[in-house]
Design a protein around this ligand. Sequence first.
Ligand SMILES: [Zn+2]
Length: 644
Amino acid sequence: MSADPAAPSAARSLRETAGPLPLGQIRPRGWLERQLRLQAEGITGQLPEIWPDVGPDSGWLGGDGESWERGPYYLDGLLPLAHVLGDETLLARARPWIEWMLASQVPPGEDGAGSFGPRGDQDWWPRMVAAKVLAQHAEATHDERVVPFLLRWCEHLRTHLPQRPLSGWGEVRGADLALTVAWLHDRTGEDWLVDLLELVLSQTFDWNEYLTTELITGPARFFEHRTHGVNVAMGLKTGAVASRLGRSPEAVETHRERTEAAFAALERWHGQAHGWFAADEWLGGREAVAGIETCLVVEMMYTQEVLARMFGDAVQGDRLESLAFNLLPASSDPRMLAHQYHQQGTQIEVSVAHRDWSCSSDGANMFGLEPHFGCCTANLHQGWPKFAASLWARDADGGLRAVAYAPAVVDTEAGPDGAPAPVRIEVETDYPFEETVRLTVAAGHDGADGPSRFPLRLRLPQWCTDAELTLDGQELEIRDRGDGHHEIVRDWAGTSTLELRLPMRARITRRERQAAAVHLGPLVMVASPGETWRGVPGAPGLGEWEIRPRTNWNWALAEVEQAGSWPVQRGEVPEAPFALGRATVLHAMGCEVPQWRRDGASAASPPLSPVKDHLPVHGLDLVPYGTARLRVMEFPVAMARTEG
Ligand SMILES: [Zn+2]
């Protein structure tokens, strides 16, 4: 690839961006490994035995069962989970699916040559997911069959897309297909793939245009693809993928700015206190009791992982952490046996009851095998493993970049293309349950023939204004290189130790009615009314639960102007990392507001703040959102007794 994007020879090339590290090079440790093990032993490991849609009758295994998206969805999580854990049982479980897909391709000369997958369903969309799975498989195993297979499929697309364009789910999710085409181009350099990429994008809904000019300004009440929350989450990567065609820095910057404008518009009309847009199936407005589908959470994480690599700015990592540490863990029970279809930001009860969803059924916020609808049952598996696999990225210049912080060991190569050197980075931390991230970098060629020079880039979270960094005990002056990262370029030799401290102090954000929400570092902090879990007798799968509060929940915050000095107490991260516990407790101040009542099974809108009629102020402990399956996220604020 030409180094000069403006050079004529670059006309058929794609802009170089950061790439993911090959699957398997980042291994989770500490709490992240425990979380992934829970997933492996829980829902992901057991799903084929308890849910026929990904069982032996799946059309994606040659059976006559479900033949659309559910098989590929499941594999899109099972496969990376197997590789990040290096788990032989899960690898063996994934293998027959991969072999069946590879063997299913229509041979040359036959009608539909190059197509693959169940013959009974010719929708492009599930194949787009399956192709993503095969690319990951190739990254992890170097299976040499995958690139020729995908080339044949892309030739099929080139022939057939003009007559049978992307439509329905495929049209709004075309960015995922474009990513695979770009992946294939990166490995083959075939010029015609750039034409195909342009064709795919020309058939893909222009999300940034819609989100910045026509976005619905309140809850959507009827189905259309463009207000469908999962589609929005997936569509937000479209501009970033298109930026690979960017022939100039200005063109790339335009895509980045339009994507940021789309985020801002979503925040304006549908933003929740945790930073994400509500969509209880369709975009749901700003009230804290609106639902968010689990598919939205995991697809938005994948989009963030792509944005972090394509645009390279640190805010993408902030957003990824916000999903991974708050909404993702909240979507499942702590042991990952069951999930919700919809989570509510403020969720005072998990039960079968009417809630003000746009269309979902009364059981949509139960924890179970298939609450409301089975898409999330099939799709949730990608969340944690892809997060683990995306903690670090390799920039186009061979530098290594910390996208998000969590305990892991990275065994990879760094440095310029011609002379990469092996590097091992151990990340030891309980972050986000602690403030310090310790990195041990062991670099240099095998046989110790000299140091290796490459940039190491550490993300500086936007919420942190006073980060501290030491290298082998020496304090370094932190400098933002302009994209939110601190860069260290040096000859790495032997073992170096970096310690990054990210002080966390409670931050208040204001909401409608002057309500308030509390943040601590990347965590959203909520009040927990305690939880009584009741298993539903005879439930399918690994169980189904409703949850009732143990105390009242109608609290206001008080003395919020002192929030920055509210004490934080840290304890051990439990075996199930996102179980309700004492790993991080923020000692806030609050009081009961008796007039704040329920509205059916949800909390009513918080009363107007400041609230004058409240009971005496006392300490109010807040815990991380991701650990509290019942919670108050958005609080009224108490008027001080001396005011008025
Ligand atoms: Zn879903």
